[in-house]
Design a protein around this ligand. Structure first.
Ligand SMILES: *Cc1c(COP(=O)(O)O)cnc(C)c1O
Length: 406
């Protein structure tokens, strides 16, 4: 198939990737989203905006991040060569800053003075607070009381960066309630505020905008890999939570002879509530303002989800992923908690790189596939670094003594 016109065609003007996406909103917010869409469509063609974003990426974020050949790990697994795109080396430790800096710059260009968001584990909150400090914007982050207690280091980071962290004590006091609280705030304050969504989810234009801001990841990786090897990788892979690091990594390769695989968290197993593999076990439905594939409970509401990687525990997935699977361009597989933890230890021991537990899911899949392939190459997007996960991993799995050596 020819995908050379894919980016021009999708999403449609009203934000659809086939039947997925759109903007399912309360009427008061329709003009607010329309304003953001128009502003984005204007400035993404402005050389002033583009040059400023490029400067920020180079001077503040430390881009381009390198591509790295895992020679030790590859040798252990046979003859297939594993490479990493090192988004863990992005300032603040993950790919999330790519879209938060874009969203912050957009807010600045639109003359907004405040950005808000919800956060679960605190990763999106930290990245957004970083962007707010850089741009001199006010920043409010909503976080469930339970999550605040669990994620003390990230709460401290947000506060040091100048963000106002609001503790949400309704319901289960976690991510879902934080989303509702942030949404309430936005309904009241949309005139001077932008609600910065943390992945390629939510109503149009966010899945498109966040994708565009993450596109740089795959664009760099494609050039770097070609320069290093003279070839395309046989397979590229990334972990899928909401789907932002993966979509930005995948799309620049869409018209290349490359197999593309997204990896979802299988958690503790296939039972509903024990995983967050929305694409693998979900069905079509609308939540948080967009139509996609989601995990539902008996009442059709978003189901409780679980993963050892808190950045992956979202009960739906960006609409473009649902579409890319439907048209047969991207395949979705799963990796369990244990497989991810094993990959976490292996990459640390054999390459000196401690990966985020989220990213470890993609590494785990690549390790399994490398053994099966026995030749060729796999390029993995290493979305973030694992310092944030060390305490948890050590408490539950020690220093990896119980994981066998290959
Ligand atoms: C948040 C996060 C993810 C998952 O989000 P996506 O939108 O699917 O990319 C993956 N890796 C890291 C390190 C994260 O912080």
């Amino acid at each position: 198939m020819d995908y050379s016109t894919y980016l021009k065609k999708y999403p449609s003007e009203d934000g659809f990737f086939g039947k997925y996406g759109g903007a399912y909103l309360p009427p008061q917010l329709v003009p607010a989203m329309e304003e953001i869409t128009q502003a984005y469509l204007t400035i993404c063609h402005s050389s002033q905006f583009i040059n400023e974003l490029r400067r920020i990426r180079r001077e503040f974020q430390g881009r381009p991040t390198p591509v790295y050949h895992c020679e030790n790990l590859s040798r252990k697994l046979g003859n297939c060569q594993i490479y990493l795109k090192r988004e863990d080396l992005n300032h603040s430790g993950a790919h999330k800053l790519n879209h938060c800096m874009g969203e912050g710059l957009l807010a600045k260009f639109m003359g907004k003075k405040r950005i808000i968001a919800e956060t679960g584990a605190g990763q999106h909150g930290v990245a957004l607070a970083t962007a707010a400090a850089f741009f001199g914007l006010e920043c409010t982050i909503y976080m469930g009381e339970v999550d605040i207690a669990k994620q003390a280091p990230n709460v401290a980071r947000m506060k040091v960066l100048g963000a106002n962290v609001v503790s949400v004590d309704k319901g289960a006091k976690t991510l879902k309630e934080a989303v509702d609280a942030a949404f309430e705030d936005y309904l009241q304050n949309y005139k001077e505020t932008i609600y910065c969504i943390g992945s390629v989810v939510g109503p149009h234009p966010f899945p498109m905008m966040v994708r565009d801001f993450q596109y740089v990841v795959g664009e760099e990786a494609r050039e770097q890999f070609k320069e290093m090897t003279g070839l395309f990788p046989d397979v590229i892979t990334a972990c899928v939570g909401g789907g932002s690091n993966s979509i930005g990594f995948f799309l620049p390769f869409i018209n290349d002879p490359v197999e593309i695989v997204g990896v979802e968290p299988l958690g503790r197993g296939k039972t509903l509530g024990e995983h967050a593999a929305s694409m693998s076990y979900g069905s079509e439905g609308v939540m948080h303002g967009f139509n996609s594939i989601m995990l539902k409970d008996a009442n059709g509401e978003p189901a409780p989800v679980y993963s050892i990687a808190s950045g992956l525990d979202y009960p739906s997935v960006g609409p473009e992923h649902a579409f890319l699977r439907e048209i047969g361009r991207v395949k979705y597989e799963v990796a369990s908690d244990l497989e991810a933890v094993n990959a976490f230890f292996k990459l640390s021991r054999y390459e000196g790189i401690i990966p985020a537990l989220e990213s470890s899911h993609a590494v785990a899949y690549a390790m399994k596939l490398a053994k099966e392939m026995g030749k060729g190459s796999i390029l993995v997007n290493l979305s973030g670094r694992g310092d944030k996960d060390l305490d948890y991993v050590i408490e539950h799995y020690g220093y990896g003594e119980n994981f066998k050596d290959f």
